[in-house]
Ligand binder design. Structure first.
Ligand SMILES: NC(=O)c1ccc[n+]([C@@H]2O[C@H](COP(=O)([O-])OP(=O)(O)OC[C@H]3O[C@@H](n4cnc5c(N)ncnc54)[C@H](O)[C@@H]3O)[C@@H](O)[C@H]2O)c1
Length: 252
């Protein structure tokens, strides 16, 4: 079943990176329900099950195993998605979480890995996707930044730096394409209940909850809804925005 209306995406092809679970899976499912043909790129082969479940529900989805840190792999993903026409939507969502540590103990391998996946990986995906998007047609890129790309948090330097870099990458890219049909935006989710948070200690989770104005974590679907809006023609005047989806966290 597909959903029609202003946010309808029938006939569009969308790539979602990091769609094996969490926000990426919810986004892939929602894009497909709105009529898009979805290609999921993830390093985790479980994304193939997500594509199968979307197809079982009547949507159109495929999986291409992808490492967003490899330009060769990203190029293959985008080419495969554009095989049957143009590429219309990219959701650059793949990411790895923070591992809290004081800056003086910064593990430079960890720093490089977080920057490679969260920032360089998203840039590679944008570069290769933009080459295949038709500048004369409506196209949309939505990157998944974070509240930690907008505000700091003690001990989260690599993650924060990667997500802040992503937010400004989006702003600059949006200006470069503003005169075309292609809009480029980011969402900045607050804490969302996904596998990314599963490993957290109960004490850390309680601290997180204590700082939530709404007194709860977000759901992947609440973030996916904003991503799908930004990807659709309903957001035709929105470009270069970093849209908080955080229950008021960054309003504090
Ligand atoms: N969960 C939160 O609270 C939260 C908050 C703000 C931002 N985010 C961001 O949302 C995005 C999705 O995270 P999530 O919470 O759904 O967690 P998640 O772990 O379910 O999703 C991340 C996905 O990225 C994939 N991935 C990791 N490295 C990859 C690589 N090199 N190549 C391809 N795919 C790779 C993983 O396999 C996984 O499927 C991330 O960018 C994350 O930083 C999450």
């Amino acid at each position: 079943m597909t959903e029609a209306g202003a946010g309808g995406l029938t006939g569009r092809t969308a790539v979602v990176t990091g769609g094996a679970g969490g926000i990426g899976e919810a986004t892939a499912r929602m894009l497909a329900r709105r009529g898009a043909r979805v290609v999921i790129g993830d390093i985790d082969p479980r994304a193939e099950d997500v594509a199968e479940r979307i197809a079982d529900d009547g949507g159109c989805a495929a999986f291409v195993r992808t490492d967003v840190t490899s330009e060769e792999s990203v190029t293959a993903l985008m080419r495969s998605a554009a095989e049957s026409g143009t590429l219309d939507i990219l959701v650059a969502n793949a990411g790895v979480p923070e591992t809290k540590a004081p800056l003086q103990d910064l593990d430079m391998e960890h720093w490089q890995r977080v920057l490679n996946i969260n920032l360089t990986g998203a840039a590679l995906c944008m570069k290769q996707a933009l080459r295949l998007m038709d500048p004369q047609k409506p196209g949309a890129v939505v990157a998944v930044s974070s509240i930690l790309g907008l505000v700091g948090q003690a001990g989260s330097a690599p993650y924060s730096a990667s997500k802040a870099g992503l937010a400004n990458l989006v702003r600059s890219a949006a200006l470069g394409y503003a005169a075309t049909g292609i809009r480029i935006n980011a969402v900045a989710p607050g804490y969302v209940q996904t596998p990314l948070l599963d490993g957290l200690a109960e004490s850390v989770r309680s601290q997180m909850l204590a700082r939530q104005p709404m007194g709860r974590l977000g759901t992947p679907e609440e973030v996916a809804a904003v991503i799908c809006f930004l990807a659709s023609d309903a957001a035709s005047l929105v470009t270069g925005a970093v849209w908080s989806v955080d229950g008021g966290y960054t309003a504090q």
